[in-house]
Design a protein around this ligand. Structure first.
Ligand code: HEC
Length: 276
């Protein structure tokens, strides 16, 4: 009898491990399939355009704006930051994997040694600190924002490739998922209320973008040249439902970004883009 119990327990652990790794992929495919059946005419590749994919008029306006982006001067400032050597004499390209090219789609990643999610912004700050500079604030548009606006252009066309492997990664993913579905604020909405359940519908004058594809194109420039990073957008959405949000770079937001980005896996990245 004892042997049988041990054997069953062993099997349970094994089955547990298998489902742990499958869960994020299940979440993603279920989500994609839900959207596919609700909107059979919208191609999943086009979800990277967010709400524009559901509105041909706005899409054609967007395309003409993108021919001569009003924010290109800002991206040039980011390029200058990128090319300016740090105190050690080294550049970001010297410090990041693959010279910083075609890597943005691997972030956020789970770092087992640190036992936490590392965003691209964290990786940049790690470089800065290792090379004699001080860390920048994640949400600072004039430093981190501009640098990433340029740096992410070096990953254009890369497919989002977030990995969730191991227990720590799975915990962070689950924590991000919990935040995503948690209702908050005076209006008692979760992210999913708007970007899953109501995606493709209008909220006042705006069409709500679906969660799939949302993480592929950051930072965005709103209304011309106002830079908004992904986590600043989280903050903005929370404020809209009258919830006092966490700060960009907090563990909660990093885990949320980890979950949120995973749902865009396989979609092509593009930086930077215009948004209303
Ligand atoms: C009350 C509805 C509402 C809630 C709740 C909400 N958002 Fe939004 N969100 C919007 C609207 C409206 C926009 C602008 C139109 C669009 O792109 O969807 C937007 C835009 C976004 C965008 C930008 C999409 C793009 O391509 O530019 C992201 C990312 C986003 N929201 C993430 C979130 C996350 C994460 C949460 C939860 C923390 C959240 N939102 C909660 C209404 C909401």
């Amino acid at each position: 009898m004892k042997k049988l119990l041990v054997a069953l327990a062993g099997l349970g652990v094994l089955m547990g491990a298998a489902t742990v790794n499958a869960a994020p992929e299940d979440d993603r495919t279920k989500m994609v399939n839900t959207f596919k059946s609700k909107y059979p005419d919208v191609k999943i590749e086009d979800y990277v355009y967010g709400a524009l994919a559901f509105d041909p008029d706005s899409m054609s306006q967007y395309k003409s704006i993108m021919e001569f982006p009003p924010y290109s001067g800002e991206v040039d400032k980011g390029e200058k930051l990128w090319k300016t050597p740090m105190k050690s004499g080294k550049t970001y390209a010297d410090c990041l994997p693959n010279g910083g090219k075609m890597i943005a789609g691997n972030y956020p990643m789970f770092d087992n040694a640190k036992n936490k999610v590392v965003t691209l912004e964290d990786a940049i700050n790690d470089c800065r600190v290792a090379n004699g500079e001080t860390a920048w604030e994640y949400g600072d548009a004039k430093t981190m924002g501009l640098l990433t606006a340029y740096m992410r252009t070096l990953s254009d066309g890369m497919k989002m490739n977030i990995k969730v492997e191991g227990e720590g990664a799975m915990k962070a993913f689950e924590d991000g998922k919990k935040t995503y579905y948690q209702r908050a604020g005076q209006f008692n909405f979760s992210c999913a209320s708007c970007h899953v359940d109501a995606a493709g519908n209008r909220l006042r004058s705006e069409i709500l973008s679906p969660v799939v594809g949302q993480a592929t194109h950051w930072p965005v420039f709103r209304g011309g040249d106002t830079l908004v990073t992904l986590q600043k957008r989280y903050e903005g959405c929370y404020r809209n439902v009258r919830h006092v949000p966490d700060k960009p770079g907090s563990t909660r937001f990093n885990n949320l970004e980890y979950f949120h980005s995973y749902l865009s896996n396989g979609l092509e990245m593009q930086s930077t883009v215009f948004r209303k």
